[in-house]
Design a protein around this ligand. Structure first.
Ligand code: AMP
Ligand code: MG
Length: 488
């Protein structure tokens, strides 16, 4: 059940603004299944009224009425600086459907749009749609994407583009920025309403804790710590880890200038607008921790209410200190699996770090290296191992492979079963920017087939799909530098 904010200064009934002549650009049957939309053989809703609803042009299908769409406001820290009230996420919540909130992104101006036009362009909508579904298939917590509806309505960004509406699903789209909004208003009453809602509907176990709000904080921290560890393990860079883009449910959300690593560069910056590299790959864990500190500050008024202030701040501080611990445990466990280890041994972490350093030095493709590592045969000689050719310093990587094989021998590690297990955690197919870019360029010429094809390939990222082998390759040299920015 969606949270109903009290007060029209934070939540307002908002009817989406229609778009002219809407057409389907993309549709996720997997998301549709989640909310029980019946589909025809072409994978589109049987009930044609859904096109109207998901474009924001009408509020009812043949058997469903979205009677109270709303827009809500949030605040947040952007690039490390308190930015005050930010907006609405360009989002209008249509309503609840089967435990999910159905939200339209880009469906027009709301009371909280400030200077924005409330629209999203086709380009950014395709990126968000594909990545949401790709992350889900990778097993990483994320908001989902149901559809993109396009229109020829012109939208001005750096150049003139066209509008699209992306329909998203999540158990909740609430963000750290919502906590911060109420805290910045010194509105303890509504801060409480908000936290109580989260406990009741999303963190019921916290109800029974000694200090429920503290437990709520611990749980939100813990989910986000695990989330960022998963990002690191698949080489996902979010791009804009502002507190308004951080979910209170630990979901990846607001896909903008994200990027998956091609060559492993520990300090890779995926967002062209992030000149200082605040959100570089290696800084994501620390930045997520920083966002949890923002959450802690926003929650202080809740705790002071239950105990004296010194104690509450101490409680929050020690809960916050657990973040790096949970992050490290998750990261280590994920990387052990990436290397095919089923047990943990002293020295594993040093071995993993040594590998990552070598991959960084030689700019090795992150995804393809780990996928190919599963092909290694324990008894083959080092010179037979084709992966050594990816590295500049062969002597040192030969030595690493030697240590790796010794480590594998410390547990029963038959080649075939190890490979099978590694292929379940090391994807073959990820949404590389150059792939998204081709789909976007075709779509801008009204050919949406590449979006559909990518959705299909990325929905089975761990499976071999020989007919799509080329989609697993590192980008050709001229495509390495697709630039993505906050513009969307
Ligand atoms: P996201 O985090 O996905 O919501 O995207 C944030 C981007 O959307 C930023 O580049 C904002 O400048 C832009 N933006 C935020 N609010 C609006 C709005 N109401 N209309 C148009 N663009 C907006
Ligand atoms: Mg956002």
């Amino acid at each position: 059940m969606a949270f109903i904010f009290s007060g029209d200064d934070v939540c307002q009934a908002t009817i989406p603004t229609p778009i002219p002549t809407p057409y389907w650009v993309a549709f996720s049957s997997s998301s549709a299944n989640l909310i029980g939309i019946a589909l025809d053989e072409s994978g589109l809703p049987i009930d044609k009224e859904w096109l109207g609803v998901l474009s924001g042009n009408q509020l009812n299908t043949s058997d469903r009425q979205f009677s109270n769409p709303i827009a809500t406001v949030y605040s947040g820290h952007q690039f490390g600086v308190w930015a005050g009230q930010l907006g609405d996420g360009r989002a209008i919540l249509l309503g609840d459907i089967a435990d999910q909130e159905l939200q339209l992104k880009g469906a027009g101006i709301t009371r909280f749009s400030r200077m924005g036009d409330g629209r999203a362009v086709l380009r950014s909508s395709i990126r968000e749609f594909l990545c949401s579904e790709a992350m889900h298939a990778l097993g990483i917590p994320t908001t989902r994407a149901l559809s993109i509806v396009g229109s020829d309505l012109p939208v001005r960004r750096e150049s003139l583009e066209t509008a699209a509406v992306c329909a998203r699903l999540a158990p909740s789209f609430l963000r750290i920025g919502h906590f911060e909004h109420f805290a910045s208003l010194d509105d303890v009453e509504r801060l409480k309403e908000f936290a109580d809602y989260l406990i009741q509907y999303h963190y019921p176990d916290s109800q029974n804790a000694d200090v429920p709000y503290l437990s709520l904080f611990q749980e939100i921290c813990s989910r986000n710590a695990r989330l960022v560890a998963h990002w690191q393990a698949v080489g996902f860079c979010h791009g804009v880890l502002n507190s308004d883009n951080i979910s209170v449910l630990g979901l990846t959300m607001d896909y903008g200038p994200f990027g998956f690593l091609n060559q492993f560069q520990i300090d890779h910056i995926c967002n062209h607008s992030d000149q200082g590299g605040r959100y570089a790959y290696h800084r994501q864990p620390q930045i997520m921790h920083w966002n949890m500190a923002c959450l802690a500050s926003a929650m202080i008024p809740l705790l002071t209410d239950q105990s004296d202030e010194t104690l509450s701040q101490d409680q929050l501080r020690s809960a916050l200190e657990q973040f790096p611990v949970i992050y490290a445990q998750t990261w280590q466990s994920l990387f052990r699996k990436k290397l095919g280890f089923t047990t943990s041994h002293e020295g594993d972490i040093a071995l993993i770090e040594k590998l990552l350093q070598a991959m960084h030095d030689s700019k090795v493709d992150f995804t393809n290296f780990f996928r190919s590592l599963g092909n290694l045969k324990i008894d083959e000689t080092i010179s037979q191992n084709p992966l050594r050719n990816e590295f500049i310093d062969r002597d040192s990587i030969d030595q690493w492979f030697g240590e790796y094989v010794e480590r594998l021998k410390m547990e029963s590690s038959p080649d075939l079963s190890r490979q099978q297990a590694m292929n379940q955690v090391n994807p073959k197919y990820i949404l590389r920017n150059h792939l998204a870019q081709t789909a976007i360029e075709n779509a801008q010429d009204k050919d949406f087939s590449e979006v559909t094809k990518l959705l299909k390939i990325l929905s089975k990222p761990f499976e071999e799909q020989p007919e799509y082998e080329s989609y697993s390759l590192a980008p050709p040299p001229n495509a390495q530098a697709v630039e993505v920015s906050c513009s969307s």
